[in-house]
Design a binder for this molecule. Sequence first.
Ligand SMILES: C[S@@+](CC[C@H](N)C(=O)[O-])C[C@H]1O[C@@H](n2cnc3c(N)ncnc32)[C@H](O)[C@@H]1O
Length: 445
Amino acid sequence: MQVAPWLPQTIKLVSHPKARDQSVATTQIKAGSSILTTPAFASILLDSEKGRRCDNCFRLPQDKPLRRCTGCGSYWYCNAECQNVQWRKHHKRICKTINVFTVSPGYQALPLHEKHDSILLSHVIAQMSFSSTPYSLEDSSLTSVFLSLLPHADDSVTAPVICPIKPPPPAHLLQTLYTRFGNNNFAIHSHLNTIGHGIFPIASRLFNHSCLPNAAAKYHLSPDQSVVMEIVALQEIQPGEQICLPYLDPALLQTRQQILEISYGFKCRCPSCSFLNRAEPLPEPPIDPKELSNREIQLRNFVGFVLRTGVELPKISIETTLPALRCFLRESYMADLSNQFRDASHESQYDLAFESGITLLSLYLLVYPENYPQIGMHLLELAKTSWNRRISSPDLPETQDTEIKSQVQVFLSAASRVLTVLGEEGDDDGPLKEIAVLERLLSEE
Ligand SMILES: C[S@@+](CC[C@H](N)C(=O)[O-])C[C@H]1O[C@@H](n2cnc3c(N)ncnc32)[C@H](O)[C@@H]1O
């Protein structure tokens, strides 16, 4: 069988009973290794990021303010290079029409996510119009891989209106492209904040979903370039093992199965979903505050995060959750706990923040797979909370101060260990840099 030129050597495609194909490792892949690096076929910034970031490379302004396209005033760039790259890629075809289009009733009537889809589809069509044979389906390898992707299971999805482009595309092309959007496109993020949407056809072709993924996507924002996606192994992957990505946040414990069915057209059978289905109906968390607090202590002991320097994070699977603790496997409980931790940290209620923060960490360790970035980001938040407690109480007795200082160190080293697996990504000043600054300040004391 001929091997596609874009297939990384560490992967082979084999058939999957429900998802056409699956990618399996041909060799052992170490945690933190790069599995695939692939450029965006097309991308758009979220509305909320327009004017804040460069429309080409998605970077925040560096030393000078962004320059606005003088033609339409609706696209912003860091410099002439980025503007030229995007002009040649698609902007030349839409610069004159985009403003009239985005105030038109047809565009205005679209819900926000379809507005994003409409602009992304406009970018794809503008790109394809530049070909020597406009709208050729074999135009480039990314075009043909994109068109080979599985369409959305619901064939009633209809393409939104797009910006007028000359020459006009054949009507069926919009629909052919759009039926691949919902179940294939990616949210582009920087340090877990979504900043845009993009089409990365090779990654879509290769990776199925799991709520316990062994790999994750990160994005590189480099000067004068479109966004590049990198898929990184979160754990050691054995030869023959399927490589999966999370299509959504696995902490959406109750809604994720429905979202996967509606948006992606499949029932998730990962070990975590199978366990949750078996565990239904979940018991309610205790109403009595004392009883709730005791049960939370039981949860923290069960997961076994111990605040000792150099401690390894416990490896624990959701499937082992004791019946009495299953009441906590609710996304609403996790959301409330996360708000409680954030509010208590902001309001300097450090005991409450510490307790809810450790309970939340215990749940993250149960729900997310090993080295999942959310775990590392939360450990960094815990470190910052303990840090703030120290600096806001200069008169703490020395033993207590030493204890909190060592807490900060443990949280920082655990955060660093987790986040180093995914590595640097997104905007320049990321969590790994923050950790390095805090570690330096601690060591200089
Ligand atoms: C991004 S594509 C994945 C690539 C696909 N395996 C292929 O051969 O092109 C997403 C589609 O793959 C299928 N899929 C992905 N993960 C799945 C899973 N865990 N179980 C069943 N189907 C899945 C669904 O049809 C989904 O809409």
